[in-house]
Ligand binder design. Structure first.
Ligand code: HEM
Length: 478
């Protein structure tokens, strides 16, 4: 008898599980706020619409999920994502309202597994007073980095270092090369290490594991990417701790060593624990690495499709080179002359959508226009939707750097590649300088063309699946 009952028992339990899931994740939230909620659908029990939301698509487009939902329900809709009832916003006004009201009505709320990889002190995951305290420090460190007289020269040295290694090569995978560059820059800026340093190579290897884990399925099983990422983070943190201790010792031995670099500033602040200092370095390494790599790759990708923009950019950089003595390094004045370069960078950010959306939750019931955003719900401002909105950017799917001529180049309601409000990316300027300096040397020293079709895909973490292969040929037999 017993074996015959078992299947019935399983089916009944399964049914109860689904009904229970539906009740708690879908029906209750809807019933509690039924009238005022934006339109939308919750999808499957528990998982909701997460799988459809995460479906890969070109990062220069909205993707079928957002397209379908916006045309069916409008720019603000309800859904069930990342195990939580969610309000998704593709509306520039609401996005701006959310970003500007951090800690008042909304708060950063990254999924728990992200905390596991980034660590509990990461700027991206801390909230409230701790966020305020750590962020003040982050801004001071960015300023110290920019004020360092060797800053732009270090970037230039790393760019030419990477390109000298292309000697004899006809083809390069641009994403790999850009990664070597951005990693060398950030490791030099933050830890004072050169690309040839053995510690740099060790950290770089662990960093790749770490990055893979950030985008993996978040289940801690030893040997699988998520667990390997958490372990890689521990190893990087321990290497960083050693470097910090070593620097603290040498500062103690000779306290007045001239200029203040990133580590000097970091070590001299009193209100940060050792753990927070290590986490700070990790944030800078992580923030300054993959995103800047992607910005460079986006610029090259879109320029490869727009010969008129490439011509104009090339002539801007030739003029800058011709205006100064041979072998004289680039200066801030040269950087300021790169006006069309800034247009290309902005347009690459707009079309490339390196960060598609950010994670927030509502702290209280919030009324916005006719909608209610219930307390405790997840809120996802979709940054890419604003960049691709035809009412804000004419012909949004066309790469057109000239649209930025005479326009406000900084963040605005219709352009938020670096987020906004009190979580606005502290590294935005650093990323732009790196991109401009690399492009300067790349364009002046190489003829190049795409070696194969490769488009950036939002998984939603953006990636060039083929690594952006390029045919390269040195100009003037370099
Ligand atoms: C093209 C390059 C970059 C893009 C597109 C980008 C994008 C963003 C975005 C959208 C946010 C806001 C996240 C949120 O609101 O939840 C952010 C925050 C952040 N970014 Fe960037 N970023 C870039 C480069 C950098 C660089 C170079 C650094 C460091 C050197 C950096 C460090 C950070 C940090 C630490 C935060 C957290 C800020 C906070 O929560 O207060 N980023 N970034």
């Amino acid at each position: 008898m017993a074996p015959a009952i078992l299947p019935i028992l399983w089916v009944t339990l399964g049914g109860l599980f689904v009904i229970g899931g539906l009740l708690f994740t879908h029906l209750l939230p809807s019933l509690l706020h039924s009238k005022l909620l934006p339109l939308g659908s919750f999808g499957w029990p528990l998982l909701g619409e997460t799988m459809r939301f995460l479906q890969p698509h070109s990062s220069a487009a909205l993707g079928s999920f957002l397209q379908d939902h916006c045309s069916r329900y409008g720019k603000v809709f309800k859904s069930h994502l990342f195990l939580s009832p969610t309000i998704v916003s593709c509306d520039p006004e609401l996005n701006n309202f959310i970003l500007q009201n951090e800690d008042r009505y909304f708060q950063g709320s990254y999924p728990k597994p992200v905390h596991g990889v980034l660590g509990k002190n990461s700027l991206l995951v801390v909230v409230g007073e701790t966020h305020k305290r750590l962020r003040t420090m982050a801004l001071a460190l960015v300023n110290a980095t920019k004020a360092n007289p060797g800053y732009i020269n270090d970037i230039e040295t790393m760019a030419t270092y990477v390109m000298t290694r292309w000697k004899g090569k006809e083809e390069v995978y641009f994403c790999d090369e850009a990664r070597k560059f951005t990693f060398s820059v950030i490791v030099k800026q933050v830890l004072g290490l050169s690309p040839d340093d053995t510690t740099t190579a060790v950290i770089l290897r662990d960093f790749r594991t770490f990055m893979n884990g950030l985008i993996s399925f978040p289940l801690y099983i030893p040997g699988l990417p998520y667990a390997r990422a958490v372990q890689a983070r521990t190893r990087i943190a321990s290497a960083v701790k050693d470097i910090l201790e070593e620097r603290a010792r040498s500062m103690g031995a000779s306290p007045c060593n001239g200029g203040q670099d990133f580590l000097d500033v970091l070590l001299s602040v009193g209100n940060l624990s050792d753990e927070e200092k290590v986490s700070f370095v990790m944030d800078s390494l992580l923030g300054g690495y993959e995103t800047t790599t992607l910005l460079l790759a986006m610029a090259v990708h879109f320029l490869g499709q727009c010969p008129a923009a490439l011509d104009q950019l090339l002539s801007e950089h030739r003029n800058i080179r011709d205006d100064r003595d041979e072998n004289q390094p680039l200066s801030w004045d040269d950087y300021k002359k790169m006006e069309f370069t800034q247009n290309v960078i902005n347009e690459s950010l707009r079309c490339g959508n390196i960060v598609k959306f950010v994670h927030r939750k509502a702290l209280i019931d919030v009324r916005f226009k006719d909608y209610l955003i219930p307390s405790g719900w997840k809120v996802l401002p979709v940054l890419s939707a604003v960049h691709l909105d035809p009412s804000l950017h004419g012909d949004p799917s066309t790469f057109n750097p000239w649209r930025w001529e005479g326009q406000n180049q900084t963040a605005s309601k219709k352009f938020t590649p670096f987020g906004g409000g009190t979580r606005l990316c502290p590294g935005s300027e650093l990323a732009k300088v790196e991109t401009a300096v690399f492009l300067h040397h790349f364009l002046l020293n190489f003829r190049w063309r795409p070696a194969a079709e490769d488009v950036p895909i939002a998984y939603p973490y953006v990636e060039f699946p083929g690594g952006l292969p390029l045919k390269v040929e040195p100009i003037d037999g370099e």
